[in-house]
Design a protein around this ligand. Structure first.
Ligand code: UDX
Length: 446
């Protein structure tokens, strides 16, 4: 929404949330302290905030005044009842729809920004038409394709903008056109696609499923590479040079994380199952199964290599975020690797340049595997990449932060117990150099 405000100075954008603390954080004076770390975001907020971008807790007022309302609430995987562990929880979406219906006295265009199951727009319209004050609603689907860490760049130069709406009626087409105009301020018109609303909703899930599938595909090959002596980077390069396949998203890793891939695939699996499409469901579920396997086998390899036991051994984890340049840790592979090693009674020390100690403990506590006290006893967070390696038996690199490449690895080596094991879950360090220093070096896919 900040970029929409930045690029459309004549449109007033008000971001509302009932959470006062969160809104206060977005209104904070010091832009370095914004609640989300994202390169370039502070500059965008600086330009637009107070001009035509506002953060407020006055939800009803903002709804009443708006012509267009974007719903951008969480749609986490359900943790209870029907569809538990798979379906998207639409509780917050429905609450939004009811609030909009209660407050609105003028016609509104309601835009689904959150990633939603197919046909959610229908449910939204149903709720609003039946509980509202007789005003007209047009529901649009406008999924967001930005990736974290490159969000501002992705928003400024999107591959495409997708807008789904009721293409069969004039009101529907007008509403879509109104949203097209918002984006047309900076996106070339030929990159703005308009489709029917169901295609738009499904395209978002499909895009994430395809991307995650590529990562699982290359990760599956990484295991074959380790067994056969092939090198997964060489395989990825050779395969990616086929213009039909393309080079992106072929980087083998300790497993994908983030707030979208797993959630959206589980949602897709649930949708397929609910239509009785069991083969389709199984096909996509395999992407998650492969990803879980990758995280597990990375951790298991650490245990095996350290002479089949890590009990009482100190292991440093470099990186906790699910990828570099973000402080987001949702579904991060690091959480699951740590959990595995803690089950093996390892002592864990963690360093991440952007993730707070509080967040790391919260992630572990949320697993429900062991008590909070145990986590605070077995896991230490240290804010220095050299200190964290002191006296460790092994290091596991779990996030591809650039600064890990630039560490003085001789210094690191000298601080560790010998033999010093280094497990590169991101294939980001130079093997030859590390072996020369003396490390026992293992990387995914080699
Ligand atoms: C993803 C989609 O890319 C984006 O379009 C959508 O809007 C939201 O979900 P994001 O989760 O921010 O974005 O990160 P992304 O860059 O896609 O990476 C997801 C995970 O896959 C990360 O853990 C990353 O490290 C991993 N990954 C990605 C790989 O392991 N190998 C790759 O080649 C690419």
């Amino acid at each position: 929404m900040s970029v929409i405000a930045q690029k459309n100075p004549r449109i007033n954008v008000t971001v509302v949330d009932i959470n006062e603390k969160r809104i206060a954080a977005w209104n904070i004076e010091d832009l370095d302290q914004l609640p989300i770390y994202e390169p370039g975001l502070a500059e965008v907020v600086k330009e637009a905030r107070g001009r035509n971008l506002f953060f407020s807790t006055e939800v009803d007022k903002a709804i009443a005044e708006a012509e267009m309302i974007f719903i951008s609430v969480n749609t986490p995987t359900k943790t209870y009842g029907m569809g538990k562990g798979m379906a998207a929880d639409l509780k917050f979406i429905e609450l939004c729809a009811r609030q909009i219906a209660r407050v609105s006295t003028t016609d509104k265009i309601v835009v689904e920004k959150s990633t939603l199951p197919v046909r959610t727009a229908e449910a939204l319209k149903n709720i609003m038409d039946n509980t509202g004050n007789g005003v007209n609603y047009q529901i649009l689907s406008n999924p967001e394709f930005l990736a974290e860490g490159t969000a501002i760049e992705d928003l400024h130069h999107p591959d495409r903008i997708l807008i789904g709406g009721d293409i069969d009626t004039e009101e529907g087409r007008d509403a879509m056109q109104a949203l097209v105009e918002v984006y047309a301020s900076w996106v070339p018109k030929e990159q703005i696609l308009t489709t029917n609303v169901w295609s738009s909703e499904l395209s978002k899930l499909t895009a994430n499923a395809f991307l995650a599938q590529r990562v699982s595909s290359i990760n599956a090959m990484s295991e074959i590479c380790e067994q056969t002596g092939a090198d997964v980077s060489e395989v990825a390069r050779a395969v990616g040079m086929d213009s039909r396949i393309g080079p992106k998203f072929l980087k083998a890793s300790v497993g994908f994380g983030g707030s979208c891939f797993q959630k959206d695939i589980l949602n897709l699996v649930y949708i397929a199952k609910s239509y009785g499409l069991n083969e389709v469901a199984d096909y996509w579920e395999q992407v998650i199964i492969m990803n879980d396997h990758q995280k597990r086998r990375f951790a298991a390899n650490i245990v095996r290599t350290l002479f089949n036991t890590v009990s009482g051994k100190k292991i440093a984890l470099l990186g906790w975020a699910f990828k570099k340049d973000t402080n987001d840790t949702r579904e991060s592979a690091a959480i699951y690797v740590a959990d595995y090693l803690l089950n093996e009674q390892a002592e864990i020390v963690v360093y991440d340049p952007k993730v707070t100690e509080e967040q790391i403990y919260t992630d572990l506590d949320n697993l429900g595997t062991r008590s909070k006290e145990e986590h605070r006893k077995m896991v230490t967070v240290i804010n220095d990449p050299y200190q964290v390696c002191k006296g460790t038996h092994a290091i596991a690199v779990l996030t591809e932060w650039d600064e890990f490449k630039l560490l003085d690895w001789e210094v690191v080596y000298n601080k560790m117990l010998k033999p010093a094991f280094l497990f590169d879950g991101r294939r980001m360090l130079n093997r030859e150099q590390k072996v020369k220093i003396g490390f026992k070096y293992y990387e995914i896919g080699n």
